[in-house]
Design a protein around this ligand. Sequence first.
Ligand code: HEM
Length: 398
Amino acid sequence: MTHATGCPVSHTDYTKESEIYGHYATLDAEREAARFHFNDTTERGFWMLTRYEDVLAGFQNHRNWTTAVRTALFPESRIPLLPQDLNGEEHQKFRRIINPFFAPAAVRRMEELAHTRCVELLEELAPKGHCNFVAEFAIRYPTDLFLVLMGLPVEDGDFFLPWTEEMFNCMLQGDLDGAEVPRQKILDYFTVAIEQRRKNPRDPAEDMVTRLVQAELDGELLSHDTILTTCMSIMLAGLDTTRSALGYIFTHLATHEDDRRILVEEPESTRDAVEEFIRLYPLVIQAGREVQESCEFEGIDMAAKDVIWLGIGSANRDPRKYDDPDTFVLGRPGINQHLAFGAGPHRCLGMHLARLELAVVLEEWHKLIPEYRIKDGAELVERGSQLTLKELELEWEV
Ligand code: HEM
């Protein structure tokens, strides 16, 4: 079937869960079938860009294709996000306020603590000989580091974590009403933190909430709602993604003995391995955009308000860009050009932190638990929309 423009029509519903790697297989097939598709599974439909060069061009076309739509799958999301929702100069100014907390130097300052916290969690886990990796480790660790990053007490993770879990699950299944209850609890929690920093500010160069409370945009202090939304947005963007990346990485390592042995025997290769894992298992499989002024893109006529799918998941595995793209290759040429963190002005704010977190886990885990496997009979199911493994049962000898 073809669209009126001549573009093939895709009926693939990417919000559906599948067995592990099912989404990558479909993305690969759609990319090889055609450079562009029009997907008709949502009310507005969306233009799918499937190949590396087009997806990169799409990210760079940020003046006309904006984040007025953030995900092609749920274009009407009611939850405000900052800095994601801003574009152009407004976006740049806002990013300047928070960029310093995510710069490589700031992330390096967190490194020691990242190791300490990781070892603490692993020392609790290792003697058990098994775990549900997703629930017991992969979400716990980034949540703790998020709290540290914000200058909040790490112990708050105990009650903060279940709220974030519930909210992600509802949001990513399109249940916005269900997401409202945990969202409110998180907002109340941040409200208390913001009030505390107003009364007792800390060093704004090191404490992000203090920085947000004191920051000015065009000569005015940020409103309470803006600060709240920013805290929430960083949390939403940072926790589910890191948890999900860990799930895919540890599934890979539990099933690819040779790759695991490299990490155990040559820990200096960890950073390169992290980058290749991020390329190979992109969990944010698409970024959404909305066309502001009608335009033509590579032969397709697009109208204002049309929705676009920048296909990160298919671009990262495009054989036109990477040889043998579905295989883990350490030291792969062009690895730093992958699109898992996006590109252009909205490129992931937390990418250095994400890399650090993943590298620390790989290093510390393999020191304590070098051999492990997936429990016999465990079913590996991946959520749709933004991929994650719902469960991952790992076991090891103690
Ligand atoms: C493996 C982990 C991660 C992946 C794969 C990932 C992926 C992405 C992608 C693809 C985007 C761009 C979306 C777009 O262009 O529309 C993005 C943006 C963003 N990410 Fe990440 N991310 C990760 C971790 C993190 C972490 C740890 C944080 C913070 C703690 C974070 C915070 C953000 C923020 C705030 C944005 C919005 C930037 C903007 O709009 O200017 N991310 N991320």
